[in-house]
Design a protein around this ligand. Structure first.
Ligand code: ADP
Length: 260
C-alpha cells in the first residue's frame, strides 16, 4: 500500500511537472512570436534592436528552463563514489563565505564523527548550495546561517515530507536560517516542481524538486522545519559509509531501495 501511495505521488509530481513546463514554455514562446511578427511588419533600426533584445531574453530564459528540467530528469543518474562529508561541507562553507553578504553570519557546528556517503559530489554540493541560496533569499536584511552535521540512526522507517526513509545509519547535513520562514501551507508545496513564491525571473521553483530527486536517488531523505518570522531548517540525510574506506566502500546498512 505504501509503495502504491509513493508511486501515485510520483505520478502526481510528474503531472505537475508537465503542466508547469507547458505553461512556462508558452510564456517563453509568446514574446518570441510577437517579436517575429513585429519584425515582419518592418521596423526602424532602433525598434529592431529592442525587439531582438526581447527575443534574446526569451530564448535565454527558455534555455535556462530546459537546463533545469534536464537536471530534474537526470537527478537519478549521477556518479557513485565515496564522498567525504567534511570535505563536502568545507566546499559549501567556502562557497557561503565567498557569496553571502556581510550581513549574514555563518555559524558552524560540525560533528567529527561524521564520515562519508556514496554518491555524486557535484550533485550533492549543488543541493547544499541551493539550500544556502534559498536561505540567503529568506534573509534580505541579514541574519545567521547555521550549518550543522550529525550522524543519526533511524531505527524504524521514517516518513518525511514526501519520502519514506529506510532504517539505517545516516549523515545529516542541516542548513538553517533566521529568515522569514514559511506558513504551513507553503511548506507543503515547496518540493513540487515549479512551486515558487519568488517574483518572475528570480525563482524557477525547480531547486527543491530537483534536490529531492537527487537525494532520493542517493537513498537519502529531506526534512524541513519552518516557523514564520523565525526561520527555516532543512535537513539532508544521506546513507553513511564508514570513514576512510576506499572506493569500494559499502553503505553501513543495505542501500535503501528507493521507491519510484
Ligand atoms: P525557487 O528558489 O526557485 O523559488 P525552490 O524549489 O528552491 O525554488 O524553493 C521553492 C520555494 O520554497 C521558494 O520560492 C520559497 O517560497 C520556499 N523556500 C525555500 N527555501 C526557503 C527558506 N530557507 N526560507 C523560506 N522559504 C523558503
Amino acid at each position: 500500500a505504501q509503495e502504491a501511495r509513493l508511486r501515485a505521488q510520483r505520478m502526481e509530481s510528474l503531472g505537475t511537472l508537465a503542466g508547469g513546463i507547458a505553461h512556462d514554455l508558452n510564456n517563453v514562446l509568446t514574446p518570441i512570436l510577437m517579436s517575429v511578427q513585429l519584425l515582419e511588419q518592418g521596423e526602424t533600426d532602433a525598434g529592431r534592436r529592442e525587439i531582438l533584445a526581447t527575443m534574446e531574453g526569451a530564448v535565454k530564459r527558455g534555455a535556462d528552463m530546459i537546463r533545469q528540467v534536464l537536471s530534474f530528469a537526470r537527478g537519478v543518474d549521477g556518479r557513485r563514489e565515496t564522498v567525504s562529508v567534511p570535505q563536502l561541507v568545507d566546499d559549501l562553507v567556502g562557497f557561503a563565505r565567498d557569496t553571502l553578504p556581510k550581513s549574514i553570519t555563518v555559524d558552524l557546528a560540525l560533528d567529527d564523527a561524521v564520515s562519508a556517503t556514496r554518491g555524486d559530489p557535484t550533485q550533492l554540493l549543488q543541493i547544499l548550495i541551493n539550500l544556502v541560496m534559498n536561505a540567503k533569499d529568506a534573509m534580505p536584511t541579514g541574519g545567521t546561517l547555521r550549518i550543522r552535521t550529525t550522524e543519526l540512526v533511524l531505527e524504524d522507517s521514517y516518513s518525511s515530507i514526501s519520502h519514506l526513509a529506510m532504517p539505517g545509519r545516516y549523515v545529516a547535513i542541516e542548513v538553517e536560517d533566521t529568515g522569514h520562514g514559511m506558513p504551513p501551507d507553503t511548506v507543503e508545496k515547496i518540493f513540487e516542481p515549479f512551486f515558487t513564491t519568488k517574483e518572475v525571473g528570480k525563482g524557477t521553483g525547480l531547486g527543491l524538486a530537483t534536490s529531492l530527486a537527487i537525494v532520493r536517488s542517493h537513498g537519502g531523505f529531506m526534512q524541513v522545519y519552518s516557523e514564520q518570522g523565525k526561520g527555516t531548517r532543512f535537513t539532508v540525510g544521506l546513507p553513511a559509509t564508514s570513514a576512510g574506506s576506499g572506493a569500494d566502500a559499502r553503505p553501513a546498512a543495505p542501500a535503501p531501495e528507493v521507491p519510484r
